[in-house]
Design a protein around this ligand. Structure first.
Ligand SMILES: Cc1cc2nc3c(=O)[nH]c(=O)nc-3n(C[C@H](O)[C@H](O)[C@H](O)COP(=O)(O)O)c2cc1C
Ligand code: SF4
Length: 451
C-alpha cells in the first residue's frame, strides 16, 4: 500500500460500523488536536473525577470493567491499582510503557500519533487514582517523532490546566516527562524498565517486592501499557458495563487494537471488538490473503506467542479464548503466514532477534538462545540431523527455567514449530535443503550443535 492507499483505507475504516473508541479521532494524515479531543468529550472524565475527588469510583470502574493489560501479560489493571495501599509512602510514580519492541507490534505507535491527549488524560486519571505526582513516558528511540509529539502535546495540556500544579483548580498536581529508552527489547519488561529509568543496567528483577510497593527509587510505582492507559478515560466516562458490552464474547471486555502484518492484502492497525474471530480480522478487515496465497498460520500476539494453525482459524480473539486453547493473545499483533512460507526460516528469524536481545543475566537464556539459533540455521541450510529435534524440544522446555518471562516467550514460536510443523522440520533434514527453496544463510562458528 502506498501513502494514498493508507489514507483511503483509514477514511473507509472511520465509516465502518465497528465502534471506534481509541481510534475515534484517528485521521489519515494528521494528529488529532487538543480541541478535537475536547470536542468529543475528552478531559470530561478528568474534570468530573477531580471535582468530586472520585478516586474510589474511578478505581471501582476500572476493576469492574475487567481492563486487562494490553502490553502482553493481560494483568487486570484494577487489581494492580488496588495494590497501592492508601498509606503507601509518597512520592508515587506512574510509568507509561511505550517501548513496543515486540516484533510485529505497532499499535502503541499508532495510538501515540493518532490522539496523544487520550493518553495524557488516561495517565492523569490513573495518576489521580494512585495519587502519583510524577508520570514518565518510557519510549523506544526509534519512535522519536512520537516522543516529540508527546512533548509538544504535554506542554499544550499543561497550558490548558490538565497537567501541572493543582490541576483544574483541584488540590492534585501531576506532570509527565518523556524518557527515550537506550533501545533494548528487555527494557519493555516492567522491572528492567524501572532499572533503566534509575540509570541502572536494565536487568529484570523477580518480585517481591512488587513495583507497586517498591518501584522507582524504592517508591510505589504503577506501570501500564499505552493502549491500557488509553482505555481509562472511556471507562471512567462511560462506565464499566458499557466497556464490557463492546466485546463480542462474555470473557472479553472493550475493543482491541490489532496490528496485522504478513501475507494479507491490507496490513494495518485495526480497532475491533475484543473477541472478534481471527478469520473475520483476516478476511473482512485485512482484505483477505494475498492473491495466490493460502492461509497457513499466524502468530496471534507478537513474536513471543505460539503459532496458531488452520484448526484455530475461527478462534475468538480475546485473552480467555486463546488461553483456553493453550495460546496467548499477547499484544494482539497478528503476523500472517501463507503456504509458501518456510516455518523453519520464519522461526529462525525470530530466534535471531531473541538471541541478540537476551540481556545475558541468566545462563539458560544467554547460552540457550544462540545454541537454538545455530541449530535452526543448520536445519534451514540442509545441515540438520534428526538428533537436533529432541534437543530442540528439550531446550524449548528448559528455557522456562530462566529468570524472567523473556525466555519462555522467546521459545514459544520454536515449541509450536516443533508441535505443529514437525514434518516440515524433518523434510529439511531428510532433503538436506530448504524445501521452500530458501538459499543457505551464513553459519556462525561458535556454539556448534554436538548432536
Ligand atoms: C521481554 C519483555 C518485553 C516486554 N515489552 C513490553 C513493551 O514493549 N510494552 C509493554 O507495554 N509491555 C511490555 N512487556 C510487558 C511488561 O512487562 C508489563 O507487563 C506491561 O507493560 C504492563 O502494562 P499492562 O498491564 O498495561 O499491559 C514486556 C514483557 C517482557 C517479558
Ligand atoms: S531470561 Fe533472558 S532476558 Fe530474562 S533475565 Fe535471563 S538472560 Fe535476561
Amino acid at each position: 500500500m502506498d501513502r494514498a492507499d493508507v489514507r483511503q483505507h483509514i477514511t473507509e475504516l472511520n465509516k465502518m460500523d465497528t465502534p471506534q473508541v481509541l481510534f475515534k479521532n484517528r485521521h489519515a494524515d494528521r494528529i488529532a488536536t487538543r480541541e478535537e479531543y475536547e470536542a468529543g468529550g475528552g478531559y470530561e472524565a478528568l474534570k468530573r473525577i477531580l471535582a468530586k475527588g472520585g478516586r474510589a469510583e474511578e478505581q471501582a470502574a476500572i476493576k469492574e470493567a475487567v481492563l486487562l493489560g494490553r502490553g502482553g501479560a493481560a494483568f487486570p489493571m484494577g487489581i494492580k491499582l488496588s495494590t497501592v495501599a492508601d498509606d503507601a509512602p509518597f512520592p508515587r510514580y506512574l510509568v507509561c510503557n511505550a517501548d513496543e519492541m515486540e516484533p510485529g507490534t505497532f499499535k502503541d505507535r499508532v495510538l501515540l500519533h493518532a490522539d496523544p491527549h487520550q493518553l495524557i488524560e488516561g495517565m492523569a486519571l490513573t495518576a489521580f487514582a494512585i495519587q502519583a505526582e510524577k508520570g514518565i513516558l518510557f519510549i523506544r528511540p526509534e519512535y522519536e517523532n512520537a516522543a516529540r509529539i508527546l512533548e509538544r502535546e504535554v506542554a499544550l495540556a499543561r497550558e490548558a490546566g490538565y497537567l501541572g500544579e493543582k490541576i483544574l483548580g483541584s488540590g492534585f498536581s501531576f506532570d509527565i516527562d518523556v524518557h527515550r529508552s537506550g533501545g533494548r527489547y528487555i527494557c519493555g519488561e516492567v522491572t528492567a524498565q524501572l532499572n533503566a529509568l534509575m540509570g541502572r543496567r536494565p536487568n529484570p528483577q523477580q518480585p517481591p517486592p512488587y513495583p507497586t510497593e517498591s518501584g522507582l527509587w524504592g517508591q510505589p510505582t504503577v506501570l501500564q501499557n499505552v493502549e491500557t492507559l488509553c482505555c481509562v478515560p472511556h471507562i471512567v466516562r462511560n462506565g464499566a458495563e458499557w466497556f464490557k458490552s463492546l466485546a463480542l464474547t462474555e470473557a472479553g471486555a472493550g475493543t482491541k487494537i490489532f496490528p496485522v502484518s504478513g501475507r494479507v492484502n491490507r496490513p494495518g492497525c485495526y480497532e475491533l471488538p475484543m473477541g472478534i474471530r481471527l478469520s473475520a480480522i483476516i478476511e473482512d478487515h485485512a482484505g483477505g490473503m494475498l492473491p495466490g496465497s493460502e492461509f497457513k498460520a499466524v502468530l496471534p500476539g507478537g513474536a513471543s506467542t505460539r503459532f496458531l494453525t488452520r484448526e484455530h482459524y475461527d478462534i475468538p480473539m480475546d485473552f480467555d479464548s486463546l488461553k483456553k486453547a493453550g495460546h496467548r493473545l499477547g499484544t494482539g499483533a497478528i503476523m500472517v503466514f501463507d503456504h509458501k512460507t518456510c516455518m523453519v526460516a520464519a522461526t529462525l528469524n525470530l530466534i535471531e532477534f531473541f538471541a541478540r536481545e537476551s540481556c545475558g543475566w541468566c545462563t539458560p537464556c544467554r547460552e540457550g538462545l544462540p545454541y537454538i539459533r545455530d541449530m535452526l540455521r543448520r536445519i534451514e541450510n540442509g545441515q540438520g540431523k534428526e538428533g537436533f529435534i529432541p534437543i530442540l524440544e528439550q531446550m524449548s522446555r528448559s528455557l522456562w527455567n530462566s529468570y524472567c518471562a523473556f525466555a519462555p516467550g522467546a521459545v514459544s514460536p520454536l515449541e509450536s514449530l516443533l508441535t505443529f510443523f514437525g514434518d516440515e522440520v524433518r523434510e529439511h533434514i531428510s532433503a538436506r535443503k530448504c524445501p521452500f527453496g530458501n538459499p543457505p544463510t551464513e553459519l556462525s562458528d561458535n556454539s556448534l550443535p554436538r548432536a
